[in-house]
Unconditional design. Sequence first.
Length: 268
Amino acid sequence: MKKILSLSLAAMLCMGLLAACGGGGTGAEKPKLSILDTEYTVEDYAICVAKEDTDLLAKINAALAELAADGTTQAIIDKYISGTANDLKFQQNAEGKPLLIMATNAAFPPYEYYEGEKIVGIDADMAAAIADKLDMKLQIDHMEFDSIIAAVQTGKADMGMAGMTVTEERLKNINFSDKYATGIQVVIVPEGSEIKTVDDLSKEGAKYLIGTQKGTTGDIYAEGDFGTDRVMKFATGADAIQALVTGKVDCVIIDNEPAKAFLKANNG
């Protein structure tokens, strides 16, 4: 994982994971975390657009097709997931052009996260590349994940990108572009956990408490599969991980790439 990921995550988690080590006065070491070998679910990520904005949707899909064909999409993904350097530059001559406003939740590395005061990541670079194709200037607005669809619906944002999965429920309110990435939802557990596979969560009599980031696909799926009583929702993935480290939940369901980044920050 790139150095920028570990640095950014260290900043994100310092008030949570590090405090969990000694903030309670017990002196106990924080547990090592691991990702179960079995996947929870596989999903495609897409860009959400207002139902009535069919023109923008068509332009975004055309841009995505071009970016996939010329290798830009893969280069962006490789940059943040594999650490493969590239010389791609976006938004170099964007001043004075119409705004393309992207709503996101910048707490989902490597798709979107803060590096200093700037939002970076796969989605940020993809949005910048799309804006260049559309001859527009990109503006990224950070907000709670479950506020993104409302922002797009009401016109506060032109599109939403936040590692967002197409679901039937979401399609009632917004449209989605063609997919630009594939995500895998995984389960994170502490060292010594009785949870060995995803199937353990649904065994008869299982009462494991599951942490999720509110409004994400992992949250929606977990609530549907295990019920509201077994799902504890958090504002960010980092908050869910802190709850796992401090024993408030038994596991966390989240996208695989953020999961790997959170483990790197926690386990050292």
